[in-house]
Design a protein around this ligand. Structure first.
Ligand code: ARG
Length: 398
């Protein structure tokens, strides 16, 4: 009897060929496309999957879940891997794995397959998540086992009449969702090469892009409006992408350290993430006390690394996220930013829960700061440095 298998299906060359390859190895393939914000023609997807031999095709829209359960926690963590990459791909993988497991449960499938190669982070993210959520599931990664080149795949598709739309000269490998696009391969593999303009689809050329001002409003660490227009998570991210992208904001060129030990050159386009993280972090600077900001910065880095390294479904990620969530109650208010020449500059910020107090900070009239208290504070604050200096001096004279 054929083994039932759920395949993460993107509609591209790799996974279309994979349907045929898996079918030829005795699997009954349920092609499953999960929509996390990469616009795709669903009728074309259906036709291709069936044409390649899938017994069933499922298209599941999880944009809302992706935004509220994955992107908002990442935003609250100001999560940037190696200080730069907003983790779009890394955040989507665990949600995809979860959805694949749910389809496998529903259809009684024994196996789950994904299109990751043996060189990247995505295989780790998928495999670890699936093994954690659905122990005993057989995991198949055709590209990892098979190791075909793009040319081989095109030839395979032609040989078996698999409907694909791929040409040999596809310049880059791209993954995209609500939080950003990642682009790798081709001429980018030489880190000395400047990224060609055709890498970019969501951002205008920063040199010629028009400057703009934008206001982002937050409630308890969640963005709720742009320029005074209240928006739900998915449309808000789309609007942030449009506004920031038009100003050329969100291009990232990173020498990245993969979990598997490879350094790779990655181009990202993440206008929404770049704008929203800048605004969110600014509001934290206004509303959170110094000690918390300093301590949270370390937690943020660990959160970004944990997500990047494929440990979304881990007690560590849960604990870090709980910490981060506990800091967000005060992070409400508005941030005014200028977007110009690919850069975000904060112009202003305000909040009903600002820790900033004009009466304490002012050099003008109405100053409430206790200047005399500063004298005693300084005396104690410098005590150890003075004692140390005194001891050193005594030693030198002995
Ligand atoms: N390097 C990034 C990550 O590990 C993105 C990889 C996405 N894949 C691609 N074909 N561009 O999260």
């Amino acid at each position: 009897m054929a083994k039932r298998l759920v395949l993460a299906y993107s509609g591209g060359l790799d996974t279309s060929v994979a349907i045929h390859w898996l079918t030829a190895r005795g699997y009954e393939v349920i092609a499953t496309t999960i929509d996390v914000g990469e616009a795709k023609d669903t009728s074309v997807l259906m036709q291709r999957a069936v044409g390649a031999g899938a017994v069933d095709v499922r298209i599941i829209d999880l944009k809302q879940e992706f935004a509220s359960q994955f992107l908002w926690p990442a935003l609250q963590a100001n999560a940037l891997y190696q200080g730069r990459y907003p983790l779009a791909t890394a955040l989507a993988r665990p949600l995809l794995a979860q959805a694949l497991c749910a389809v496998a449960d529903e259809t009684g499938a024994q196996a789950i397959a994904h299109g990751s190669t043996g060189k990247g982070n995505d295989q780790v993210r998928f495999d670890v998540a699936i093994a954690t959520l659905r122990p005993g599931t057989e995991i198949v990664a055709p590209a990892r086992e098979w190791g075909l080149t793009r040319a081989d795949e095109i030839a395979y598709a032609a040989q078996y009449g698999i409907p694909v739309q791929a040409t040999l000269d596809a310049p880059f490998s791209v993954d995209a969702n609500l939080w950003g696009r990642s682009v790798e391969g081709g001429v980018l593999e030489d880190p000395w090469n400047a990224p060609p303009e055709e890498c970019y689809e969501w951002t205008a050329d920063p040199e010629t892009a028009e400057a703009k001002e934008v206001t982002v409003a937050f409630e308890a660490g969640v963005p709720v409006a742009i320029d005074g227009v209240a928006l739900g998570p998915v449309p808000l991210i789309a609007e942030a992408q449009a506004v920031a992208g038009a100003a050329g904001v969100g291009r990232i060129d990173l020498m990245e350290d993969r979990l598997v030990g490879i350094k790779s050159r990655e181009i990202y386009e993440a206008p929404a993430a770049t704008l929203l993280i800048a605004a969110h972090q600014e509001l934290e600077f206004l509303t959170l006390p110094r000690e918390l900001l300093q301590h949270k910065a370390g937690i943020e880095q660990t959160f970004a690394q944990t997500v990047y390294n494929g440990l979304w479904f881990s007690p560590l990620r849960e604990a870090l996220q709980a910490y981060i969530a506990s800091t967000q109650q005060a992070v409400s208010g508005e941030v005014r930013l200028k977007l110009a020449h690919g850069k975000v500059t904060v112009l202003g910020r305000k909040s009903p829960s600002a820790v900033y107090s004009h009466d304490l900070a002012t050099y003008g009239a109405g100053d409430l700061f206790d200047h005399q208290a500063a004298v005693g504070f300084i005396k104690l604050y410098g005590l150890q440095s003075q004692a140390y200096a005194k001891a050193q001096a005594a030693k030198a004279h002995a």
